[in-house]
Ligand binder design. Structure first.
Ligand code: SF4
Length: 748
């Protein structure tokens, strides 16, 4: 059993989250560092350049990296405080085993003993229940080398089909939509095209808080005369500076895209040459959007008909444009349809693959892009290859020197892994850099499934809320304790540099995985001595795939200020603009810019379906969730950084003054938010920047403050992304403060 050994408060007392503040050398700006190391921020997909200050082999602060190619010295509040997680009092310095008699419920254990125990449990479970009974959950913050190794470890060492990653909660709808429309999944253009465009369209992206540096690119475009359209249920900071704001109802984006395409066709705001020469499927899509009249679009989306017409005219008549979207349209049970609807607008305009004419999803996690390309996704092999394709399997098996038939087939997605636990088919779990108890929807179910596991081992550098259920915890490494590549939001591969060694018994994650392989008696293929060797194998395994990294070296990445994939050979500079005429394309081979045999992109009839759980008399409001600028994902790191906690200490329920008045709720009141799955009592934040039929709560917190106890586990049938962005709730003024008030600190 993997239930928590003690009450949460007793675990928190020892393992946190506690807050770290600057002190000692970190507070004294006069301390001269021993060295400055150029690397990148550990948090979001913007991957800003930063220089970490090192004194006595500890990270004590930072300096901006003024000429970093993407971020040019800029950092958001998270970036400037990231150094405070080094030498943190909560840092795991030894392996741990569950022990209800030990302080905090866990007792230190020797590293070798821990590895032996993990190997013995994996062996036992797989012998008793088969290879697929042991699952692996990984993270998109891992370097690409580690992500690649995790995929290989699952398929070659454990021979389990069941590996998936937390990018499943992030970019998979965009990835699936891009593959269906373009045959490849990557930002089509570098961000340097944004300031060169006439019109920026932003759908479902709270850019200032979730991708802060992109704000600068959009504002440069505005300075150059561009217009900005923002579509969002909330008047987010970027929306407050736009020319046209469309306050769409959560879950209705595809209807809006269809309505705009309807008007583009009606007014002949189309690039006929591009549609004829570069695409397939326009006629069927045009027929499909015929029913999306402005009136019907307005009824479904909640956006005024006049605003829809204005958006269509601005988009339809623009000379150049850049469309950006993010989780706001992707976190839906029809997230892929939303993405396809957005892409239809781009294809109808013909504005892609040229300077100032672009399209992209904004990746969320540090290595959201690279982490999904090289084999930790349940259906994918390195190079963006398909695990169900015999040729792809044979190619990768040859690089790995194994029989193709020995490779498992596709596994199940991250959420389905827990349903398989419920069905009794998965008995054991290894997780790394993933905190599903906070980040998966309907999270009380996840907690019950963690309790049901026979054996659970977590690799992490802090004891996150999920790891509290573990039998064994292995102490992993912080980003600055290892080197490797990640692929940031534009598709640009950058280099993470090692700054300091891991403390105590903590190890670089790839070493831990190789130690488990050795303890299982299966070291073959897991004897790398350094990340560079893993990259060398990854380069060979990706060669010829859509995500071709075969020409990527650390030296080239450093020399060029990053390399955009595909980069198919040592003398290839990389591909900043993916669909530019003449760009390297291993599928079309000159037939056209897109990654299909005929080189043409595909229109799709993007289907509108209502959210999986719409409002009704019992639950009359829509709940939507997201991030705040000072926190990141499940908060494992950022809830331990004092100044970031102080900036936005606890989750609050955003609601419109009109709704607040109806409910008799004032700003700051304790408020109960309830769905069919759970209840949260949080303070109200009355704001005019949200639709009156919608409430918003950020999701970074744990336990009684975790809004994912309320969200729904409905998933997109193609991408398997959960529907975080809309479910039905009711809200009321709380009769009394919650039990946790006064017992838990804000971050706990
Ligand atoms: S969190 Fe993102 S935007 Fe902020 S500094 Fe880090 S990489 Fe840059």
């Amino acid at each position: 059993m993997a239930s928590t050994p003690l009450d949460a408060l007793e675990i928190i007392d020892v393992y946190g989250p506690h807050r770290s503040y600057p002190s000692g050398a970190r507070l004294d700006t006069g301390v001269e560092p021993d060295r400055l190391v150029k690397t990148h921020c550990c948090f979001c997909g913007q991957q800003c350049g930063i220089q970490l200050k090192v004194k006595d082999e500890k990270v004590i602060g930072f300096e901006p990296w003024a000429d970093a190619p993407f971020s040019k010295g800029m950092l958001c509040p998270k970036g400037v405080r990231r150094y405070l997680q080094g030498s943190h009092p909560d840092r795991l310095l030894t392996a741990l085993k569950r022990d209800p008699t030990a302080p905090g419920g866990f007792a230190p254990m020797g590293y070798e003993e821990a590895i032996a125990r993990v190997a013995a449990e994996i062996d036992r479970i797989q012998k008793e229940h088969g290879p697929d009974a042991f699952a692996v959950l990984t993270g998109a913050s891992l370097t690409t080398e580690k992500a690649y190794l995790m995929g290989k470890f699952a398929r070659v060492c454990l021979k389990t089909a069941n590996i998936d990653y937390n990018g499943r909660l992030c970019m998979v709808s965009a990835a699936a939509g891009n593959k269906k429309a373009f045959g490849v999944d990557r930002a089509a253009n570098p961000w340097s095209d944004i300031p060169k465009t006439d019109l920026v369209w932003v759908s479902g992206a709270n850019i200032a808080e979730c991708a802060p540096i992109t704000t600068n690119y959009i504002w440069q475009a505005r300075e150059n005369g561009a217009k900005i359209i923002v579509v969002d249920p909330r008047l987010t900071p970027i929306a407050r500076t736009c020319d046209l704001f469309l306050p769409v109802k959560p879950g209705r984006d595809v209807a809006l895209f269809n309505g705009v395409l309807h008007l583009m066709i009606e007014h002949d705001w189309l690039d006929h040459d591009f549609i004829r020469d570069r695409t397939n499927g326009f006629e069927k899509t045009a027929e499909h959007v015929r029913e999306w009249t402005p009136r019907r679009t307005a009824e479904v989306t909640g956006v005024a008909e006049r605003a829809i017409r204005q958006a269509a005219e601005m988009w339809g008549t623009a000379g150049s444009s850049f469309l950006l979207h993010a989780r706001g349209i992707e976190h839906h049970s029809h997230g892929v349809q939303n993405v396809l609807g957005a892409i239809n607008l781009v294809l109808a305009s013909g504005r892609i693959g040229r300077e100032g004419c672009g399209y992209a999803t904004i990746t969320g996690q540090a290595n959201g892009q690279g982490g999904r390309e090289h084999g930790q996704k349940c259906d994918q092999l390195p190079g963006g290859r398909d695990i169900s394709d015999p040729e792809h399997r044979a190619f990768v098996a040859k690089v790995w020197d194994v029989d193709p038939d020995s490779l498992p087939g596709p596994g199940v997605d991250a959420y389905e892994i827990f349903r398989e636990v419920d069905r009794g088919r998965i008995k054991g779990l290894l997780s790394i850099c993933f905190n599903p108890k906070i980040s998966l929807p309907d999270s009380d179910f996840i907690a019950r499934m963690l309790d049901k596991l026979d054996f659970y081992v977590a690799i992490d550098f802090f004891l996150n809320e999920t790891a509290r259920h573990a039998d064994v915890v292995l102490p992993g490494s912080l980003q600055e304790e290892d080197e490797g590549i990640v692929t940031q939001v534009e598709g640009r591969i950058i280099k993470i540099n090692k700054v300091v060694d891991s403390p105590g018994d903590a190890r670089q994650d790839w070493k831990i995985i190789q130690d488990v392989a050795a303890a299982l008696g299966r070291p073959r293929g897991f004897t790398f001595q350094e990340p560079r060797e893993i990259l060398d194998e990854l380069r060979r395994a990706s060669a010829g795939g859509t995500a071709d990294y075969s020409g990527v070296t650390y030296e080239k990445v450093e020399r060029q200020g990053g390399v955009f994939w595909p980069c198919p050979s040592d003398d290839h500079p990389g591909t900043p603009r993916l669909f530019e005429e003449g760009s390297w394309n291993p599928i079309a081979k000159g037939a056209g810019p897109f990654y299909f045999l005929d080189g043409r992109a595909k229109f799709h009839a993007a289907e509108y379906t209502p959210p999986a759980e719409d409002v009704d008399a019992e639950f009359p409001l829509m709940l939507t969730t997201g991030r705040v600028v000072s926190q990141f994902l499940s908060g494992t790191q950022t809830r331990r950084i004092g100044p970031l906690v102080d900036q936005y200490p606890e989750p609050r329920v955003e609601l419109h003054p009109r709704l607040a008045a109806e409910l008799g709720v004032a700003d700051g009141d304790w408020t109960v938010v309830e769905s069919r799955r759970g209840t949260c009592t949080l303070r109200a934040m009355v704001v005019t920047t949200i639709r009156p039929d919608t409430v918003f709560v950020p999701y970074h917190w744990a336990g009684p403050k975790s809004i994912n106890r309320l969200t729904i586990s409905a998933q997109d049938p193609i991408s398997r992304i959960p529907e975080y962005k809309v479910c039905a709730v009711r809200v009321a003024r709380a009769p009394a403060p919650p039990d946790y008030e006064g017992r838990l600190e804000p971050q706990q």
